[in-house]
Design a protein around this ligand. Sequence first.
Ligand code: SF4
Ligand code: SF4
Length: 406
Amino acid sequence: MSRLETASFSRCLSGGQLLEMDACTRCGECLKYCPVQEVTGDRSVSPPEKIRNFREFMKKTGVLRRWLFGGGRIDERLLQDFTKAVFECTTCGACGQSCTVGIHTQRLWPMLRREMVKRGLGPVGPQKDAPEAVSRTGNPYGRPAGERFSTWLPPEVKVAASAKLGYYAGCTGAYEARPMVRGDVLALSRAGEPFTMLFAEEEVCCGFPLFITGQFELLEGLVKRLVEAYAARGVETLVCSCPCCVNMISKDWPAFYGRKLPFGIRHISQHIEWAFAEGRLSVTRTLDERLIYHDPCYLSRGIGITEEPRKILSRIPGARLLEFDRNRQNSRCCGAGGAARKVFSENALAIFRLAIDEACRKEADRLVLGCPACYSIAGAALEGYKGTGGGRIGIVDMVELLSEVF
Ligand code: SF4
Ligand code: SF4
């Protein structure tokens, strides 16, 4: 297939998304919130620019136009620049949150990426390796499947062969944010309700890195395999700490599975706050610290969870909770989302350092995270940080922090 002409650019978009594309008034409100534009100064990644270009591509490849005029040529350089802009975006959704006409960009951008993949133009850089890595090892990093749990799952944690409660660690947690998932299983264990996990080789990728980079081919197989494995263990509620996994499982697994999932999905913060409320968990130590919580994009804007993490942190005696200027659904991206972290790592580091800057200015002792992608960029961003206070700030995951005060 020629990537310049033939199929219409509109084929990956739903009817609603076509209307959204048409609705952009180029008012520019979203430009104030785009983290990539903030650190690069490059307007090509901005929503109105992406939408304007894509509209042009759609016009040139539309059915009526092809019938009347035989189709239009699109400059290949323009397509390449557009592809870079679409994949450089972190899919944080801050633009959609601020959009004056309500364009749901966190769902729209992945579909533009899908179109560029279908044309053989995307994804970019190491994102292309993810399908092969997932097929070979079960995770997009190509790390050994047998090491998925071995380096962080404490031997004292009892994992049931089957249970109503299931725990899914996710690839980024298991390989790149181990203290986070270790904290999760310690908290689940302490709450006392039996929980089950799949075997290390069985717990494969949830599919989010493939979905978000427009590479859909393996998704149905991965989803069916995971859903059936949890169902066979009697799972009724699946708990997970990665906001991207929770989004993928709750919003997209049913479509790839072909019907309603046989279990519900809960973010770890929902489950832990429930366990506190039920009296299953309690905090026994105080913490004389100023904490500032960073809302992950796919937790706050993705599935609307903003209060449970704050309730959990406010249960710690002595801890004082600070807020970023942009918080909850308006939070600033960490820079690592949308599979952009390994390709546009300089952007990710610069974006995360903006959060460190603000946390240091507000004299927080620790910056508290709730997402393994944020966690995985945090250490590198803090290293060599030269801003306010020289970066004398700690970084910790919300549930990891709880293990200090139980
Ligand atoms: S999703 Fe985030 S990074 Fe992408 S254009 Fe919108 S604000 Fe910018
Ligand atoms: S806020 Fe919405 S309508 Fe305005 S430029 Fe951005 S995407 Fe377009």
